[in-house]
Structure formats: structure tokens, C-alpha cells
Ligand binder design. Structure first.
Ligand SMILES: NC(=O)c1ccc[n+]([C@@H]2O[C@H](COP(=O)([O-])OP(=O)(O)OC[C@H]3O[C@@H](n4cnc5c(N)ncnc54)[C@H](OP(=O)(O)O)[C@@H]3O)[C@@H](O)[C@H]2O)c1
Length: 276
């Protein structure tokens, strides 16, 4: 598996996303994902499935060190002390001693960022996480967080797919050596997967539209992706996305989709996104 190297972390370029999967389904699908070769699993305290993810990891044949596990701390738990307590709870549910990556799930204005980043550094110092990072951070927030952090931040997990131009925040991440993990890399199956720029190469190459969408994401510099599926037969397909014979013309048509500006995840508490 190709890895994205970021400030000391080696992040497998494809991970399995688990949002919306309950404990039982997460356990089944993460077990199946590990079986077909996934070595990167993405969960969060907010997903309510860390117990199921942990159960799958416990019964899998892999050594703990061979699987890259990410969890995230919800935005109402970002104060000193509560962030560490939330992380301890996550580890308990996951039945793990550490995660590979602990992320702030969303920024908040309720707690000073310096306090949150200090608590996140403490999580790393205590050995609860090998690496730390953020999610849904804008360029300005990334600059601030980097300035506050003793340990390097390795990842900004953001919505990233062909129909959304994220070049501004991507450039900021790159400048700080921070990798992007693309969430909603399939735009949750919305307009992206039915657009001719995706369906035409899929048909020509006899692959799925999901594979074309993922191929585009993984051709971007410094970007890993964490597609989710609830269908076991799609697991292997979504890993087989590195060597598709997409032509330069087809790639150009995919690149042009970023003018669409489709943002799938945009809750009321989201920050003021970068304009690209
Ligand atoms: N940090 C954050 O704030 C944040 C926000 C959103 C998501 N995430 C993370 O990112 C992960 C991925 O994002 P997401 O789950 O929102 O959306 P996504 O991965 O973009 O899309 C999932 C959808 O795509 C469909 N799909 C999967 N493989 C396919 C294929 N090969 N062909 C066609 N359709 C396919 C799935 O349907 P089936 O189930 O029927 O296959 C599902 O409806 C999440 O699970 C979560 O771990 C993080």
C-alpha cells in the first residue's frame, strides 16, 4: 500500500471510513476490510462505533503495528482535561493502548485554540496517540494550530473530491508538511458519481464510477482517502484505484469538475471555509 509521508507519519493512502456504520456493521465491515488488505481505519467518538471497530481489530490477524487507526475528538470536548478524558474513553472503547492518529474533529470558538492544541499535545506525550492532527481546519486555523503545537501536526482531514476546489487549504497544509486525508472522496455518492466526466472513463475501462472518483483523489499531491462502503463487494474495488489507465484528456475533464463547488458536509458550526 502506498503511504503518504507527513511530518514523521506514514499514512496508508487508502483507509476505510466508518461514519454511519453502527457498532455491529462497523465490526463486520472493518473485519472484512482488514481481510481484503485495508491497513488504515477511520473512526471518531461521534460515530458511536469505536466498540465495533475495536472488536474487529481485536479479532483480526494483523499485528497492531501494521494497522493505522485514526479517531477524532468531538468539538464539545476540546478543553484542557476533557480532551484527554475523551481520548481515554475512545481508547477504552477501541480496546487499544494507542491510536496512530488523534484528530480534533472540528474547530470550535468556545475554547481557545492554544488550550486545545496543548491538550492534544498532552495526548501524544502520554502515549495515547502516535501522531496528532486536525480536521475541518481552514488555512488560517492551520497556521495558528501549527504555531501553538510542540509536536508536528501530521494531517488535516477535510472534504476532498473532484467537485470541490480545495487548493488554498491544500497549499497551506503542504507548506507545513501536513498531509490531507480526503473525507467524502466519493462525495457521498451524489452528483459526482453520475457526471459524464466520471461515468465515461468508468465505462471505457470497465471499472466502477467509485474507482474513477478515487483514482482522481489519489493522483493529487499529498492526499490519502478514506472511502466508506456498507457493501462488502465494494471493499476490494475501492482499494484497486492506483493504476487505472485514465487518459490525460479524461483527467483534464475530471480536474474541470472543481468549478462545481459541491460541499457535502457543511454543518452550522463549520468554520468560514477558504475560498479557492
Ligand atoms: N472529519 C469529518 O468531519 C468527516 C466528515 C465526513 C466523513 N468523514 C470520514 O470520511 C469517510 C468517508 O466519507 P463519507 O462516508 O461521508 O462518504 P464517501 O466515502 O464519499 O461516500 C460513501 C458513499 O459512497 C458509496 N460508495 C462507496 N463505494 C462506492 C463505489 N465503489 N461505487 C459507487 N458508490 C460507492 C457508498 O454506498 P454503499 O454503502 O452502498 O457502498 C456510500 O453511500 C467517513 O466514513 C468518515 O470516516 C469525516
Amino acid at each position: 500500500m502506498k503511504t503518504i509521508n507527513a511530518n514523521g507519519a506514514k499514512i496508508p493512502a487508502i483507509g476505510f471510513g466508518t461514519w454511519t456504520l453502527d457498532d455491529a456493521k462497523a465490526e463486520r465491515m472493518v473485519s472484512a476490510a482488514l481481510e481484503v488488505g485495508y491497513r488504515h481505519i477511520d473512526t471518531a467518538s461521534m460515530y458511536g462505533n469505536e466498540t465495533g471497530v475495536g472488536a474487529a481489530l481485536a479479532t483480526a490477524g494483523q499485528n497492531r503495528d501494521d494497522v493505522f487507526v485514526t479517531t477524532k475528538i468531538w468539538h464539545d470536548q476540546l478543553g484542557a482535561g476533557e480532551l484527554q478524558a475523551s481520548m481515554a474513553k475512545s481508547l477504552d472503547k477501541l480496546s487499544l493502548d494507542y491510536v496512530d492518529l488523534a484528530l480534533i474533529h472540528w474547530p470550535t470558538e468556545s475554547v481557545p485554540l492554544a488550550e486545545t492544541i496543548a491538550a492534544l499535545n498532552d495526548v501524544k506525550s502520554q502515549g495515547m496517540a502516535k501522531h496528532i492532527g486536525v480536521a475541518n481546519f481552514t488555512s488560517a486555523l492551520i497556521d495558528e494550530a501549527v504555531a501553538f503545537s510542540d509536536a508536528p501536526l501530521v494531517c488535516n482531514q477535510i472534504e476532498y473530491h473532484a467537485m470541490l476546489n480545495q487548493s488554498t487549504v491544500a497549499a497551506t497544509c503542504k507548506a507545513h508538511g501536513i498531509a490531507i486525508t480526503a473525507y467524502c472522496p466519493l462525495a457521498q455518492g451524489q452528483a459526482l458519481l453520475t457526471h459524464p466526466a466520471v461515468t465515461a472513463p468508468a465505462q471505457r475501462l470497465a471499472v466502477s464510477v467509485g474507482q474513477i472518483a478515487l483514482y482522481w483523489v489519489l493522483r493529487q499531491d499529498n492526499v490519502a482517502a478514506i472511502p466508506r462502503t456498507s457493501q462488502p463487494q465494494r471493499l476490494a474495488q475501492n482499494l484497486d484505484v492506483f493504476d487505472l489507465a485514465v487518459t490525460p484528456e479524461e483527467m483534464a475533464a475530471l480536474d474541470a469538475l472543481n468549478a462545481t463547488g459541491l460541499r457535502v458536509v457543511n454543518p452550522g458550526f463549520a468554520p468560514d471555509w477558504d475560498i479557492s
